[in-house]
Ligand binder design. Structure first.
Ligand code: HEC
Length: 156
């Protein structure tokens, strides 16, 4: 049943992908900007993501950690623990060691695209059997959540 549903989503994604690609290719030609193929090379895990580069700095930004924690408590803690234990979704312990920062940011801001296209995200869905809902997090706020995750993983 779930597989069937996932398959349907897959088809839907394929169709929307086809239309998106041709449009962005046209745009790229018009602006003479890097082609979608170039973009895919800098971000090998997923294609068509919005966030391609994140600069990590030490020490951590304390304000971001604080805001990130507040967002976590409000919008994420119902499904994610800070330990390695699974709740509805995977526990966050070690997530910043196991995943690229851009992968995490895209998972937070663009979860539907990730579940449709990214093999790692799809593996998690198979384990958790629940689709992470889109939490309407801005890219800016997702960066603050990432800072909080880094602190949770012991960075200073
Ligand atoms: C309703 C439950 C739910 C909520 C709320 C939720 N998530 Fe998730 N999350 C999941 C599930 C389930 C997965 C695994 C992928 C899937 O099945 O869709 C996941 C996966 C993730 C992953 C990948 C974890 C890994 O081990 O690689 C990250 C990062 C993540 N969520 C971040 C967030 C953030 C940030 C928030 C809050 C803004 C949030 N999630 C809110 C359910 C949730």
């Amino acid at each position: 049943m779930l597989r069937y549903y996932t398959m349907l989503l897959g088809f839907a994604a394929l169709f929307s992908l086809a239309s998106c690609t041709s449009k962005s290719e046209a745009d790229a030609k018009a602006k003479n900007s890097p082609s979608p193929a170039d973009a895919a090379q800098t971000q090998p895990e997923v294609h068509g993501t919005e966030v391609k580069e994140i600069a990590l700095t030490n020490p951590l930004n304390a304000d971001w950690v604080k805001t990130g924690k507040e967002i976590y408590e409000l919008k994420c803690s119902a499904c994610h623990k800070l330990t390695a234990d699974k709740l509805v979704g995977p526990g966050w312990a070690g997530v910043t060691k196991n995943r690229q920062p851009t992968w995490i940011i895209n998972m937070i801001t663009n979860v539907d695209m990730m579940l449709e296209k990214d093999p790692e995200a799809q593996k998690l869905l198979e384990q958790c059997l629940v689709r992470m809902p889109n939490q309407n997090i801005t890219t800016e706020d997702s960066r603050k959540i990432l800072e909080f995750m880094r602190q949770n993983d012991g960075e200073k």
